[in-house]
Write a protein that binds this ligand. Structure first.
Ligand code: ADP
Ligand code: TPW
Length: 605
């Protein structure tokens, strides 16, 4: 054979399961060896699938384009967006709706940063989400040698989310994904960053060893049972209350303990106030719902039980005039019970007299059991003086609102347009309502009743603009139900390009842009008389409906409630992506909507 080295011919190809099959054949190796090999791409996909995750929201590019392609080829739903922030918002709200971490996939540096706002917003709102981002070559990033899209992403993400991990070796992918899932779901849910450098995806390893390295996470959100003494402390406070109130927050909606919460409220007869995204946990039309008497029950209550709601700015920090205090710093004197999974939440703003740390399902069951065993059928419902006064206040406010809604001004105002939306939601209780803006948000929240849980998705804890289309896409994809997005014209602009995404996936989403020509309204003028428009004012008479038409969806220009009603009914019937440009009086809004008080320099009307 002389001195010629034997030439091995190695042929690698993907088999149907996506693994690389290597056929090594050489003159010396007479028999053909066949060995299955897998790679980073497939290990990430397999790890996600193993954990029941079947959808990815993202935007492709180096180094994750092939990952997105392969994930689709492996049967995952890969929903591509026009901007990463919208993909991130979609992932976050998918997490809220399904109790599985929503996955957002981005490219390095700029794509990662675009997704980061959504990751941080998810963390702020306690939504479980994982931002998976491709990243550049570690060696070059760490020496700051100027790689393509160079950035130390892990370091940047860390302070902005609940947890952050990086995987460098294919054999660690199983652990990396498992840790990310556990961090997102356990305890208080939140956003997790998972950094996957480009090189990782191409790493290969023996398929069988790879398979064994994956982890199916067992019990990622374990029950957390409250202590018996903590339960009794809470029950004793409730028993002694003359004017009790329950506040339901979006944590209660997330927990999916709907039946237990309803049983607790109906058994105790305690009036309740739903925070925005907890609306519908019990129907807003329930006789114990105190939404229409909010400014009466908060200062009037003597014992308040918070269930999955924080005493942050949305509840005026539990003190001040909202709660009956004399000044904005004064405590109103209420005693608080707080059910929360985070042991650190209590006392964050005011004293919590009875903290109940645990998951809401377990806490509510424990309370019900304790009430049953200590009082049974002798549980004293709140005095009629309290419930009667609430009912009276509610009836008065509801009658006043009905009068306002019945008016039919020209042009439309928020009330006359939202009276239509209220009827449509009433007739379609399974539809999901997405809502953002200032006036568009506040008026929708107070006018449109929700009757089922987790049907209202909005700007949440930060009051962030831009969630509209991302939330709408995810809500339609994960629920299969129709979506109605009520959008201020400014709010819509933050994610408006995703109307193309709605059309591309042919989603049953009806977007209503309440168009009053600007941020809060369209009446500001440039005081200098110069050519620039005032900072809050947009192009007058803009036709947002044409944007939807550009991509093959249905666009409607509505100037009356009757036109709006017809268009919304048709959208729900046809299930076609629809955008209704609802023309609203440009003088109708107030600056910052209902939170003008937080903006000391706001123009008062
Ligand atoms: P809202 O804005 O509706 O008032 P927040 O976002 O302020 O609601 O509060 C939600 C709270 O719910 C958070 O403090 C979070 O820790 C808590 N939470 C989330 N999931 C659960 C759960 N499964 N069990 C108990 N508490 C939960
Ligand atoms: C990411 C500040 C709060 S509300 C709002 C802005 C810009 C828009 C209000 O106008 P819109 O609604 O949507 O037309 P309406 O009904 O009052 O006319 N950037 C971010 N988040 C926030 N909250 C802002 C800016 C803001």
């Amino acid at each position: 054979m002389g001195s010629v080295e034997p030439q091995a011919s190695v042929e690698a190809k993907l088999n149907s399961g996506g693994q690389i099959v290597v056929n090594a054949d050489s003159q010396e190796v007479r028999h053909e060896v066949s060995r299955e090999v897998t790679d980073g791409f497939h290990l990430v996909i397999d790890a996600l699938k193993l954990n029941g995750i079947d959808t990815i929201f993202g935007l492709p590019g180096i180094p994750i384009t092939d990952f997105a392609r392969k994930a689709q080829a492996e049967g995952m739903r890969v929903i591509s967006f026009r901007h990463e922030q919208n993909a991130g918002n979609a992932a976050a709200v998918a997490g809220f709706l399904t109790q599985k971490p929503g996955i957002c996939l981005t490219v390095s540096a700029p794509g990662f940063l675009n997704g980061l706002t959504a990751l941080t917003n998810a963390t702020t709102n306690c939504f479980p989400m994982i931002l998976i981002s491709g990243s550049s070559e570690r060696e070059i990033v760490d020496l700051q040698q100027g790689d393509y899209e160079e950035m130390d992403q892990l370091a940047i993400a860390k302070p902005l989310c609940k947890a952050a991990f990086r995987v460098l070796h294919a054999e660690d992918i199983g652990v990396g994904i498992a840790r990310a899932i556990r961090a997102a779901l356990s305890g208080r849910p939140g956003g997790v960053y998972l950094d996957l450098p480009a090189k990782l995806f191409a790493q290969t390893m023996d398929a069988e060893t790879g398979r064994k390295s994956l982890i199916k996470v067992v019990d990622p959100a374990p029950q957390q049972i409250p202590g018996a003494d903590a339960v009794m402390r809470a029950v004793d406070l409730l028993k002694g209350a003359k004017r009790p109130l329950i506040v339901l927050g979006k944590g209660a909606a997330y927990a999916q303990a709907d039946a237990g919460i309803r049983a607790l409220i109906e058994k105790t007869g305690i009036p309740y106030l739903p925070m925005s995204m907890a609306k519908g946990l019990l129907p807003d039309t329930h006789e114990l719902c105190a939404s229409a008497a909010r400014s009466f029950v908060l200062p009037g209550a003597d014992v308040v039980m918070l269930i999955g709601a924080r005493l942050n700015w949305l509840l005026s920090h539990g003190k001040g005039k909202t709660w009956g205090g004399k000044t904005h710093k004064d405590w109103g004197g209420q005693k608080f019970i707080q059910i929360d999974i985070s042991p650190q939440e209590a006392d964050s703003n005011v004293r919590i007299d009875a903290p109940l740390v645990g998951d809401i399902g377990s806490c509510v069951s424990a309370l019900l059991a304790a009430i049953e065993s200590t009082a049974g059928s002798n549980w004293a419902k709140p005095p009629a003086e309290w419930t009667g006064a609430i009912a009276e206040r509610k009836n008065k406010n509801v009658a006043k609102m009905a009068e306002t809604l019945a008016r039919n001004p020209v042009p439309m105002n928020f009330h006359s347009a939202l009276a239509v939306v209220r009827d449509i939601i009433k007739a379609n209780p399974d539809a999901i309502l997405v809502n953002e803006g200032a006036n568009a948000l506040d008026f929708t929240r107070s006018i449109v009743d929700m009757v089922k849980p987790r049907k209202r998705l909005d700007v949440g804890t930060w009051g962030i603009m831009g969630i509209g289309m991302g939330f709408s896409v995810a809500a339609a994809i994960v629920s299969g139900e129709p979506v109605i997005a009520i959008e201020g014209d400014s709010a819509f602009g933050f994610s408006g390009m995703e109307v193309e995404t709605l059309c591309r996936y042919n989603l049953p989403v009806c977007v209503v842009v309440l168009n009053n020509n600007g941020v809060y309204g369209g009446t500001d003028v440039n005081p200098t008389g110069g050519p620039d428009a005032a900072p809050t004012v947009f192009v007058k008479g803009a036709r947002y409906d044409k944007m939807m038409e550009a991509f093959g969806g249905v666009g409607v220009h509505a100037t009356t409630p009757a036109e709006l009603r017809k268009a919304m009914e048709e959208a729900l019937r046809s299930k076609k992506p629809t955008l209704i440009n609802a023309v609203i009086d440009e003088t109708a809004g107030t600056e910052s909507g209902r939170i003008t008080s937080l903006n000391p320099s706001a123009k008062k009307k």
